[in-house]
Design a protein around this ligand. Structure first.
Ligand code: SR1
Ligand code: MG
Length: 420
């Protein structure tokens, strides 16, 4: 007889039989699985995702597969990533209440998380492709990044707790290895799984021929791999955010790890910039400028809120061993300059990570729909070339760039460029 505890991927047909005895599900949707409707809706790169609807409500069931779904079973991937995702969701819910879906149930053996069904939320990337606006988006995301960065670090946490947590998450080896390869390395050489749009070769050759650029990228990889400042989401792109027209949630933290404070911010902003650069293919001439301006205003709001919230937490929750009041306020000295210097460093790193994410999404394995949905190959190439060129500029100038306004100016400048 099959061991019921042994992992087995779910099918929509057998999901009811396997999960109807889970109280957290029965309570929320009803206990008779014959009345449930189950749809597998996973369109991500890794997992199975089911919407399970019953007479009383609906839940999401997310189950890890033992391989990379995008590639198939030739690329095995440990099921234990669900354990880390569950732990990340718990911590994010504590650090920024309401920002992530509620977890109803976790089954470690089945690598399965049952969580809140978000409705009428849609994946933000699709909303951006469709030209929809989301009220409060930039401030929500800036606050999420600041709260998780600050409250997951030794600015706030007790050192013993933080170090224990670093130990816990450092067991998650294969998932960061994906980022280390696909994001930081593959775009810059002829890696096996790479692909790019026809006609982009001159731009790609330019990046790969730029040793200074590759050295800067590797330096940022070193920080990503070795710097355990805070618990990062690890994959904060517009496909990891679900929104209505006025509310957003952050989902899918399975790429969680302890890493640099600017990492999530940089990945996030890169995905807004790619939405921005791809818009000429998705909007009418009448809508284009207004919608692109709105995307830039979201980026601006992300940075402004990140910095304001970080400063607020610095003033009110600096309870860890870093920058203690004993060295500043208790001696009658302000620590504001120290906070501003740290923020400038976080922002500079974020710009660097941002440029790299802009590269990998058009050159290595996992491209994004913002560009992939463009049918006109020549238009796609021209828009991707702007994105790649701005990415390179960011990697080169991240430390000197300064205010987010200068980042937005750069975006406007590259958006008007024709790159052969
Ligand atoms: C093989 S996984 C490819 C990508 O999908 C995830 O969402 C991450 O972004 C990863 O890099
Ligand atoms: Mg994901």
């Amino acid at each position: 007889m099959d061991n019921p505890d042994q992992y087995r991927p779910l099918t929509p047909e057998e999901l009811g039989g396997r999960l109807s005895t889970v109280p957290a599900i029965a309570e929320r949707i009803g206990s008779d699985p014959s009345q449930w409707q189950v749809r597998e809706v996973g369109d991500g790169n890794l997992n199975l995702v089911f919407i399970v609807e019953g007479p009383k409500g609906a839940v999401i069931v997310k189950q890890a597969l033992p391989y990379v779904r995008l590639v198939g079973d030739s690329w095995p991937l440990p099921l234990y990533r669900a354990f880390y995702e569950n732990n990340a969701l718990v911590r994010q819910a504590q650090r920024d209440p309401g920002a992530v879906p509620e977890v109803h149930h976790f089954d470690e053996a089945q690598a399965l998380i049952v969580m809140e069904f978000l409705s009428p939320h849609r994946i933000l990337r699709r909303k951006l492709i469709d030209g929809e606006r989301v009220d409060g988006l930039g401030s929500f995301l800036g606050r999420f990044c600041a709260r998780t960065a600050f409250r997951g670090s030794e600015l706030s946490m007790k050192s013993a707790d933080k170090k224990k947590d670093v130990g816990l998450f450092s067991g998650n080896v294969e998932i960061p290895a994906i980022t280390e390869a696909l994001v930081f390395t593959d775009p810059y050489y002829d890696a096996e799984m790479n692909h790019h749009t026809e006609g982009l070769d001159p731009v790609v050759d330019g990046l790969r021929g730029d040793a200074k650029l590759k050295a800067r990228v590797q330096h940022l990889l070193m920080k990503f791999a070795s710097n355990t400042e805070t618990m990062v989401h690890g994959d904060l792109h517009s496909g990891s955010i679900m929104s209505t027209d006025r509310e957003s949630k952050v989902i899918d933290p399975e790429f969680v790890q302890y890493g640099p404070m600017g990492f999530d911010l940089g990945m996030l902003v890169a995905n807004f910039l790619m939405a921005y650069f791809s818009q000429p293919a998705h909007r009418s001439a009448a809508e284009l400028a207004g919608y692109q301006d709105w995307i830039l205003s979201v980026i601006d709001e992300v940075f402004a809120t990140f910095e304001a919230e970080f400063r607020h937490l610095w003033a009110t929750e600096r309870t860890g061993m870093l920058y203690p009041a004993a060295l500043f306020e208790d001696q009658g000295q302000s620590s504001e300059a120290a906070c501003l210097a740290l923020l400038a460093e976080i922002r500079a790193e974020a710009y660097g990570f941002c440029g790299i994410e802009m590269h990998r999404r058009t050159l290595s394995l996992a491209h994004n729909a913002d560009f992939e949905d463009i049918r006109d190959t020549d238009l796609k190439r021209r828009l991707e070339a702007r994105n790649l060129a701005m990415g390179a500029e960011l990697v080169h100038t991240s430390e000197a760039l300064g205010s987010p306004e200068r980042l937005l100016d750069l975006a406007r400048r590259f958006n008007a460029k024709d790159i052969p």
